[in-house]
Design a protein. Structure first.
Length: 536
């Protein structure tokens, strides 16, 4: 299970180290340009810029068919929650995350996450380190803004994934006797030396908050100069506001979270997706047009050309060429309890196959009804293959997936308001749901029940988009997979009393070997700490 990989000390962005194309390797650039050369070359600077969205679909390891980039990070987080699961153990590349096995520091599953994220940080640091705001053109200032936005997004993800928070499976005192509560990840900046990176402890929550906030403030200042988001694969000002809203939710600064969610909504060029957009069998959740920010695959990308190591192969159940769907009989299915809680008058329930006899059974639209006949109950059909083509991997695999949607901001605004004023939060969630999702929706819940209700509707909205993990961990919510009638595979039927221990991710061992400052300060290994529910 072990595999040697490069560590984050190599991510120090020594000025100009880059391949100057969209296929940057994790930490070993193959050609060198000086800072002056890059500053003088608009094409070189633009190459650094575009290396960032290209890294969304960076193929990490040809031998690891789950390692297709940022979409894989989203899918891992979803499978570590409880709203979607896999219908079978067969062809299941994700079973170790789903089964909470081999999550310690010596295994490739943790290395993939760690090395992928820090490789992506390098791409952002290359932009930040090679654009001097004092001499940059207006265009380059816009590029600089994207660098800060990407880096903030990545560290906000990692902070929320690796921060140790109390749970019912592992102690906050690790095997070395150290209290790791509130520790996140080491911060690697563009200007750091290798010596600094080799003596780089895990940042505390407060240190990480300051760092991300500074990056977002700089992003807000500079990104207004960006004139082209390249089909929404680059962030704009609304996305920066959205990242601030996410940041302040993590920090439980609900007033600021509400403020920036509203700013994101007001600044965004898109509104909530319509029913037709969501359920369209040709363009449903596979084009960036309706989103604030998205990742786009093309036929030139390695992940598409593999045919099977890409988002569509693993997440779009209507495809016939990948790891899920008709080709394998392995489906992404909604948790039965999750599905049944969604109102039949909420069109989002039509993003899943309804069981036979359900009043919704004939209302779900499919790319190919013949293929759908074999789908497991509750199979997710939210993410359509590219252009609705289920059979051609070059067309069907060249799709897009969302990084940020404006709908998330409405839910952040509603929850943040509810933490401060129940009536306001209630009004906001009712208004959104009635207007955009379910005309018959109405909640009268208050207090913690209202918070949970808002978050549940957010989970329905963003199912499959990798965000539920963060809300479960932040709010100390339980995961319930074992119950009468469950459709979780037997080896994944865990029930927790609060946030699962496995949501405190473990740093990779090679980081300790090359950065002594983290030695002894890792999170406890959560592997196998929960018994499987057997119905007894």
């Amino acid at each position: 299970m072990k595999r040697f990989n490069k560590t984050i000390f190599a991510l120090v962005a020594v000025a100009g180290l880059t391949t100057l194309n969209s296929c940057i390797k994790e930490t070993e650039p193959t050609s060198v340009a000086t800072t002056n050369q890059i500053a003088q070359s608009s094409s070189a600077t633009q190459a650094l810029l575009m290396a960032q969205p290209a890294y969304f679909n960076h193929l990490w390891d040809n031998d690891r068919h789950y390692s297709f980039g940022y979409g894989a990070m989203m899918h891992i987080r979803d499978l570590m929650a409880s709203d979607i699961t896999k219908s079978s153990a067969s062809y299941n590349q994700w079973r170790y995350w789903l089964n909470n096995q081999y999550q310690g520091d010596a295994y490739i599953f943790g290395q993939f996450i760690w090395n992928y994220y820090y490789g992506f940080v390098l791409a952002a640091n290359n932009v930040i380190g090679n654009v001097n705001p004092e001499t940059a053109t207006t265009e380059q200032l816009g590029y600089l803004g994207t660098g800060y936005a990407f880096r903030a997004m990545l560290y906000l993800d990692m902070a929320r994934m690796y921060e140790f928070l109390p749970n019912d499976g592992t102690s906050n005192i690790n095997a070395n006797g150290n209290d790791v509560t509130g520790l996140t990840v080491p911060i690697v900046k563009a200007e750091m030396t290798q010596d600094e990176a080799r003596n780089n402890p895990r940042a505390t929550r407060d240190e990480m908050k300051t760092f991300i906030e500074e990056d977002l403030n700089k992003a807000e200042e500079y990104i207004v100069n960006l004139t082209n988001t390249n089909g929404k694969t680059l962030p704009d000002l609304a996305c920066v506001y959205g990242l601030k809203a996410r940041l302040y939710m993590w920090l439980e600064d609900y007033a600021k979270a509400q403020e920036y969610a509203r700013k994101a909504i007001s600044t965004s060029t898109v509104g909530p997706m319509s029913q037709e957009q969501c359920l369209n069998t040709t363009t449903g959740f596979n084009v960036t047009d309706p989103w604030m920010w998205g990742a786009q695959m093309t036929t030139e990308d390695d992940v598409v050309q593999t045919g099977i190591i890409n988002w569509t192969s693993h997440v779009s159940d209507e495809s016939t060429f990948g790891y899920c769907g008709a080709a394998t009989g392995l489906y992404n299915v909604a948790d039965k309890n999750f599905y049944e809680r969604i109102s039949n008058t909420d069109f989002r329930k039509l993003e899943f196959k309804a069981p036979e006899g359900s009043p919704l059974a004939d209302k779900v639209s499919y790319v190919n009804k013949a293929y759908a006949a074999d789908f497991a109950d509750y199979t997710m059909v939210k993410f359509r293959p590219g252009n609705g083509n289920a059979d051609d991997y070059m067309t069907g695999g060249a799709t897009a997936y969302p990084i940020m949607r404006v709908e998330e901001m409405y839910f952040i605004e509603a929850e943040a308001a509810a933490h401060q004023n129940a009536a306001q939060g209630q009004n906001l969630i009712n208004e959104f749901m009635k207007t955009y999702r379910d005309p018959q929706y109405n909640t009268t819940k208050t207090g913690d029940e209202l918070i949970e209700e808002i978050v549940f509707q957010k989970r329905v909205e963003l199912v499959g988009e990798g965000q539920t993990f963060f809300d479960i961990k932040r709010l100390n919510l339980p995961v319930t997979r074992g119950y009468e009638g469950t459709n979780f595979i037997a080896t994944a039927r865990f029930n927790t009393k609060g946030r699962p221990a496995w949501m405190n991710l473990v740093m990779v061992r090679t980081e300790k070997n090359n950065n002594p400052a983290v030695d002894g300060w890792n999170n406890p290994d959560p592997s196998d700490v929960y018994p499987v529910w057997t119905g007894k």
